[in-house]
Every structure is written in C-alpha cells, then in structure tokens.
Design a binder for this molecule. Structure first.
Ligand code: PMP
Length: 398
C-alpha cells in the first residue's frame, strides 16, 4: 500500500522516505484529496446554498454530495450528518444541545479511563452547568474498556455512555454491539468517539445501534477543520439549536426566529465548503481501497511492530495485542520526548506525550508514552527504522 508518489507528505526534501508514524495524530493526504481541495478552492470556488448563479449551485451540489459520502462511510442517512470542525466540536455540540436539554442534576454519564480529553472535558463543562454526575469505567489489564465493570456501574440514572470506538493511545477496539446493549438496557444513549476508528474499521452506525457517532476528516486522510456528527434522526430532530446565525434559520424577525430542520439547524454561518469537499474526496479514497483491507494491513503492521519491540529488553508495550493501528510503549530510563527527538534525527516521526489522555497516563503510571501509529502508507521499512532508532537511543543512554 506504499505508492510513494501519491503521498507528497511522506517525502523528505531530498526525496527519501520520511518514516511517518504519527497517523493517529493526523494522517498524510493522498494526491487526490489534495487535488480535490485545490479545485474546490480554485477553479470551482463559490459559496453554497445561496447563489443563484451556476457556479454556486454546482458548489452546493458538491458540498451536499460530500455529506452523502460521509453518511455512506458511517452507514447513516445524509440528513443525520452535521458537519462540524471536527470530533471535538461534535462532542461539544452533543453536550451543549442534547445534554443541556435532556440531562439534569442527579443524572449520570459513563465515560472510560482511556478517553481523549475531548470526550471528557465537554461533559465536565456540562456537569458544571447541570449538576450531572460522571462515572468512569475502568480498563481490563490489557487496556480495553472493561464492559463487565460497565455493566456493574450502569443504573437507570445513567442517561449517556460515551466511549472511544478505538483508543488513540492503546489502539483498543470497543466491542460496540455489547456496549450499545449495556447502555440501552438501562435506557442510556450511547455516543461513540470514532476519531481513530473511521480510518481503521468499517463502521455502520445503524448495524451498531449507537445513538451518536463523531469523527474528524484529518484522521481519515482528509483536511483539517472539518468533521462530522452523526445522530439518529429522531434524536437530532429534537435537539435545540446550538450556534445562531445564517443558514440555520427558517425565518428571522426581531419578535421571533424559527429554525431550519436538522442538519442545517446545527450549521450556522458559511460552512467549511472546501474542507467538506476534501472530506468527501477522502471518503472516496479510503472506500476505494476498502476499510477491511486497510484494517488487515494495519493489523499486520501492529503484529510485526509489537513482535519487534517486544524483543528489545528495555521496551514496555502498552495496550492489547490486537490493537487497531496504534502501538504505545515506554523505553526504560528514557523520557519519550528524548526518544522522539533522537528518532527525529533518524527520520522517524513518532508522538511522545500524554496524547490528550492524561487520566489514562495516570492509570498507566507514566507521565507520557511513545506512540507509533500506522496508516495506509505505512510499511515494514517504517518499523525497521523505528527499531534502528530505538536501538541507537538505547546505546546513547547506555
Ligand atoms: N478522540 C480521539 C480518540 C482522538 O484521537 C482525537 C484526536 N487526537 C480526538 C477525539 C479529537 O479530534 P480533533 O482534535 O480532530 O477534534
């Protein structure tokens, strides 16, 4: 799956391959996404939804086609897709509209230890406003959300379960159907943070049975500044508006304003037109390869990387064996930032830090981890370069 020429971001200035192992932070972009964005901001550019001229009408068709593509990727209907700036904004949207309208003091939300800050802090902000309580589901010893514990914790007071579909640190995959069943058994809704999942697993929100699903295009080989919230139509229709402005209204008078139906009700202002079209191109791109093929490719890389790293005595691996495209580890006696710096000198880019998951770092008992994450373009040469870099670091640190 290497095809170096279609990935300009993977080339060093001298033309050699950059060993990019930070796809979980953001994915490099294939040429066809870059071309789609270039056309949209150049030759095809115009506003959407308002223009009476042909270019704007064409742009509107392209923008709405992107919404249909995202709906197709997630298995939802296009009327259930709200474009947001990303997963973070999508979760904040749910907290501030659905959460604010439906949750009150005494109600409970269940999160897990491994959540990204963007699936923690919006709920804490909601807690400050409503008095809702937050419970935290523990992990299994190998770093999965412990659904047996979740079953024990959940009560009819729980109105929402919000879990990562795939952990951005450990790569752990949530058995979604089981989680959905547990949430629904107590009458709670379930939100899945699909940020790391959409680029690694085939997703079908209808088959999974969840209530909310969020993702960011930039992790799916698309542009930054765009993502999506999928919510079941009946839930979305009942949600009050969020931000006010143009495009989200039906009729405005100073006495009273009425609102557009969903999803437009949640998309105030001129949308991220170019980014949405790039998002659509990214969906076409990954679907052209197939998510099952992408998953198999990354599963093989994870198995190989974990195998190679476990042969190095000073490496401690985190997370389950079957993680989805992501391997976190620590090197004994070396801070992950030092490791990251030395690897950079070797032309290898990993992420070192808390990965916006400080409660998970506390749970693991480390301030930070080193993380190698794979994508469509990753290959064995990246793993070999990583291992060489770690061995050099071990020599430097004695
Ligand atoms: N959730 C997870 C699991 C993530 O990995 C990320 C991005 N690191 C986010 C949420 C937030 O995504 P964004 O910054 O694109 O809004």
């Amino acid at each position: 799956m290497r095809e170096g020429d279609i990935w300009p971001g993977l080339r060093n200035p001298d033309g050699s391959r950059w060993h990019y192992l930070d796809t979980a932070a953001t994915a490099q972009k294939p040429q066809e996404v870059i071309d789609a964005v270039t056309r949209a901001i150049g030759a095809d550019y115009a506003t959407v939804h308002r223009g009476v001229y042909t270019r704007s009408a064409d742009m509107t068709l392209a923008f709405e086609a992107a919404r249909r593509k995202v709906a197709g990727l997630l298995g939802g209907d296009e009327g259930e897709i709200v474009f947001t700036r990303g997963a973070t904004e999508a979760i904040n949207l749910v907290a501030q509209t659905w959460g604010q309208a439906n949750l009150k003091a005494g109600d409970r939300i269940l999160l897990s230890v491994l959540e990204h800050h963007s699936n923690i802090v919006p709920w804490q902000l909601l807690r400050e406003r409503t008095g809702v309580e937050i419970d935290v589901c523990p992990l299994t010893p190998d770093g999965r959300i412990d659904l047996e514990a979740a079953e024990r914790i959940l009560t009819p007071a729980h109105k929402l379960v919000a879990f990562a579909h795939v952990s951005n640190v450990l790569g752990s995959m949530l058995p979604v159907e089981q989680a959905v069943k547990l949430a629904h058994a107590v009458g709670a809704k379930i939100l899945l943070d699909g940020c790391q999942a959409v680029a690694r697993l085939a997703v079908d929100v209808k088959a999974l049975g969840c209530d909310f699903y969020v993702c960011s295009a930039h992790k799916l080989y698309g542009p930054t500044g765009i993502g999506a919230l999928w919510a079941r139509a009946d839930i979305l229709d009942a949600m009050p508006p969020w931000q006010g402005g143009g495009s989200m209204i039906d009729r405005v008078t100073f006495a009273k304003t009425t609102y557009a139906p969903a999803p437009q009700r949640f998309e105030a202002g001129t949308p991220a037109i170019v980014e949405a079209i790039g998002f659509g191109a990214a969906v076409d791109f990954v679907q052209g390869i197939g998510l099952d093929a992408i998953h198999a490719h990354e599963a093989a890389l994870v198995a190989r990387a974990r195998g190679e790293l476990s042969r190095l005595n000073s490496v401690r691996l985190f997370g389950p064996e079957d993680s989805a495209g992501i391997v976190s580890f620590a090197l004994e006696g070396v801070h992950p930032h030092d490791l990251g710096t030395i690897l950079d000198e070797e032309g290898v880019a990993i992420r070192a830090g808390h990965h916006c998951a400080q409660p998970l770092m506390d749970h693991l008992g480390v301030p930070a981890t080193a993380r190698a994450s794979f994508g469509i373009y990753s290959d064995d040469s990246d793993i070999a370069a990583l291992v060489r870099g770690i061995e050099r670091t071990m020599r430097i640190f004695g």
